[in-house]
Each structure stands twice: as C-alpha cells, then as structure tokens.
Design a protein around this ligand. Structure first.
Ligand SMILES: N[C@@H](CCC[C@H](N)C(=O)O)C(=O)O
Length: 278
C-alpha cells in the first residue's frame, strides 16, 4: 500500500489515497500496526482521502488504536495541502465531507491553512456528556470516577468530544494518568479528548492534550478550537487566541455565539512517502 506521511504541529498522520488503493475499504484493523512507532510507519492516526458526493472530497480518520473519529483539525489542514498537491482539487478553498459535516479548508499564500471548522456544539446532549442536564457544560465540577480527582470542566464538541480543564501550570499535570482516566470516565459515553490549558497572557494560551484513541500527541486541532471556545465562554479570552502546543502553535478565531463558526489557522508539512505491506 502506498502512503504519504504528513505532520501538522507534530500531530502526524499516514495518508492513504483511496484512488491509489481501491481494494482498501477501511483501515480500522490495520491502523494500530501502521501507527506503531516500532513495528509500523509510526503515526498518531491514519487518514483516508475518498471521493464524495456532497463535497469536493471526503476524509476519514482512524486513531492509532483503530477507532474511527468524526474529525481531525490538524489532519484536515494536511488533507487540503495534499489534495491540492496531488491535483485532486484545483481551487485553494475546498469543501471536505467529514464525520463532523462539510468543512472548508483554504490554502493561504504563506503556506498555512485556514479552516472553517463550523460551529461548536455546546449542549451536553450534543457533546455528549452525562450528568449535567441538557444545557452547556462551562466551568462545572466533575469528579473523575477512576481517580477521585476533582476538576472544573468545560465541554465542547467540534464534531468530536472535548473536555477542557484550565490549570495554573500545564507542565505539572500527570497527562498519561489523568488524561486516560478522564478519556474513559463514565460522564463521557463516547469517551473524550482531554485538554489541559493554561492562560499565559491576554489571548495567549499553552495547552497539552490527551487524545481519545491515541493518547498524548504534540497537538490537536479540534482540541485547540475547543479550548479557545471554552476560554471565551469562561471569559478568559475574547474572539481570538494563539495557543502554544508541544509541537507548534495554532491561531483560533471565534466570535462567541453558538451560531458563529470557529476558524483555525496553522501549518501542515509533508514528511515522506513510502510503501507498506499489510
Ligand atoms: N488530532 C486530531 C483529532 C483526532 C481524533 C481524536 N483523537 C478523536 O478521537 O476525536 C485533531 O487535530 O483534531
């Protein structure tokens, strides 16, 4: 199978073009091996590029444990650059069908990609998160069932679920321990991505992430959007923010109402191409 490896703020993906590999219908079973950093190519996820009847192209994303996610923010920036490079699209602004609806990445002249990520979903039912009624979950107390630890959480769906926790020092967090226990906490019927965010100054944040189905990654695009939405809802930021992740920085804009779209701007870089026998 021919593949191309991309990274976006250090969040890395093996891309498979369905047109080049017509026999492959799903990669769920093989995603674990492909993503393995010792026995496979090594990546946080596997992304399929497919034809779409509703948009220019369709994207499917599998986490490194083989589970399929609705959306991937870092991945869609790489997806847009790769599709343009391959000549699958001719315009710099394209439409992409995802599990989170149709989204619109645009290649910018400086090499970055700006993505219209759609609206954030804020009701507990849509996220989904249990135990908080039907309204929004902004700065609400949650006791983790596994560790007994107390948190103030803000939950946001960008098509996939995120639990954002603002802390004084992200470096002091035991990310493998706390992240995993929150990912599988009973409040989250579909599990959750977990973001620990720290306000540095004004609209400038630092964030570390534990991703559902993958674990610690150097960055998460949907997670960064969710964290900025949560920051604005908590009154920690207004309208836009820059977020420093372990693998790079992202700029997020959101005007602040549930009808406003979230915009994410950041880099994506091709690393290498290759072939793997499955
Ligand atoms: N790294 C991604 C998110 C990938 C999916 C996530 N692990 C999930 O299961 O929801 C991003 O950049 O958004």
């Amino acid at each position: 199978m021919h593949f191309t490896k991309w990274q976006a703020c250090g969040n890395d993906f093996v891309f498979i073009n369905a047109a080049e590999n017509p026999d492959i219908k799903s990669i769920s079973d093989q995603a674990k091996l492909i993503c393995d950093r010792h026995y496979g190519v090594g990546a946080d996820g596997v992304i399929f590029i497919l034809p779409s009847e509703a948009a220019d192209l369709k994207m499917r994303i599998f986490n490194s444990d083989g589970s399929e996610a609705e959306m991937c923010g870092n991945g869609i920036r790489a997806f847009a650059k790769w599709a343009f490079e391959l000549g699958l699209v001719n315009e710099k602004k394209i439409s992409v069908e995802t599990g989170a609806g149709i989204l619109y990445p645009e290649l910018l002249d400086d090499g970055n990609v700006r993505v219209d990520m759609g609206v954030p979903h804020l009701s507990a039912k849509e996220i989904p998160v249990l135990g908080f009624g039907d309204g929004t979950v902004v700065d609400k107390p949650l006791i983790n069932g596994g560790t007994g630890k107390h948190y103030q959480v803000s939950c946001v769906s960008m098509g996939n679920p995120h639990c954002v926790i603002f802390v004084d020092d992200v470096n002091a967090i035991d990310l493998p321990g706390e992240g995993h226990q929150l990912e599988i906490d009973a409040h989250f019927p579909n599990k959750t991505n977990v973001e620990f965010a720290q306000k540095l100054s004004g609209n400038h944040f630092r964030m570390r992430v534990w991703e559902r189905g993958t674990g610690i990654t150097l960055a998460c695009g949907t997670g960064t959007c969710a964290a900025v939405v949560a920051a604005i809802l908590n009154g920690f930021a207004d309208k836009s923010a820059d977020v420093d992740l372990d693998g790079g920085s992202l700029h997020i804009d959101w005007a602040g109402s549930s009808k406003d779209h979230v915009y994410m701007t950041g880099p994506a870089v091709k690393v290498f191409e290759g072939d793997i026998s499955l």
